[in-house]
Design a protein. Structure first.
Length: 259
């Protein structure tokens, strides 16, 4: 009789691992095989701010085996309204170091690498081979375009979210599909111009929590072997009215990144 699959040795007490992840394993879309896939997964998270905090917490809690956190900022008092992983004792610390400490306290059975730096094009290119999926939790167009180009080139799935004021959006670019559109098809790179940023226009903290949690849902789904219903789609939300819209995305034949 074939032996029943067991969870990996990252937790020496298999029964303890089964207890920790049991409610997740009960989902037929995940089961033991999906949990094993999560334990083997390597995820790159760029940005550990308002979006990255809930993403990191849920991926750590779900048992994603290896997380790389990339962010060059330090914790500031003005972050605490929406970046719920941090407290006042973290002010002045590099975000990735504070986040790593808090996430390992939450789940010491995973591996977390902290990169206190900006995610430039060269670094992103080198990181792609060591990761299975990328989460864009940043807040500026230049970095988003660099992440998109690196993921498209390496055929790594990208889950991107953004929010400002009461509005937010979520998109999944599954570059494993040959005809997948990319972020540059949706937002062509702009030379100059003012960005619609949180620091200039404000943002509702819980909205970032909603969108970050949704990023985590899609990451867990895809890492466990599922297909995202948001692949090649843009989900837009207005939290003032709770109106949700889903827009189909198509590859731009003139896109300089993926055409």
């Amino acid at each position: 009789m074939p032996s029943k699959p067991t969870l990996p040795n990252s937790d020496p007490l298999a029964d303890r691992a089964l207890l920790r992840y049991g409610r997740q394993i009960l989902l037929p879309e995940i089961d033991i095989a999906g949990q094993l896939a999560l334990a083997r997964a390597r995820v790159l998270m760029v940005g550990v701010g308002g979006l990255g905090c809930p993403v990191g917490q849920y991926l750590a809690a779900a048992g994603v085996g290896r997380l790389t956190l990339c962010d060059g900022d330090r914790v500031e008092l003005s972050n605490l309204q929406r970046q719920i992983l941090y407290g006042e004792a973290d002010i002045g610390r590099p975000k990735v170091e504070a986040a790593r400490a808090h996430l390992l306290a939450q789940n010491p059975g995973i591996h977390i690498r902290a990169e206190a730096r900006a995610a430039d094009a060269d670094w992103l290119r080198d990181e792609m081979t060591g990761h299975d999926l990328v989460l864009d939790c940043t807040d500026n167009f230049a970095t988003r375009h660099a992440i998109n180009a690196a993921c498209q080139r390496a055929r790594r799935p990208l889950i991107s979210a953004a929010a400002v004021r009461w509005e937010g959006q979520l998109a999944v670019f599954d570059f494993r599909a040959e005809d997948a559109p990319c972020y540059a098809c949706l937002y062509p790179a702009m030379a100059g111009g003012d960005e619609d940023t949180c620091s200039r226009n404000g943002v509702l903290g819980p909205l970032l929590g909603v969108l970050g949690s949704m990023q985590a849902v899609e990451a867990i789904r895809m890492l466990a072997g599922g297909v995202s219903p948001l692949a090649s789609r843009l989900l837009v939300v207005d939290a003032k009215t709770w109106q949700w819209r889903t827009l189909a995305l198509r590859r731009d034949p003139q896109c300089p990144v993926c055409a």
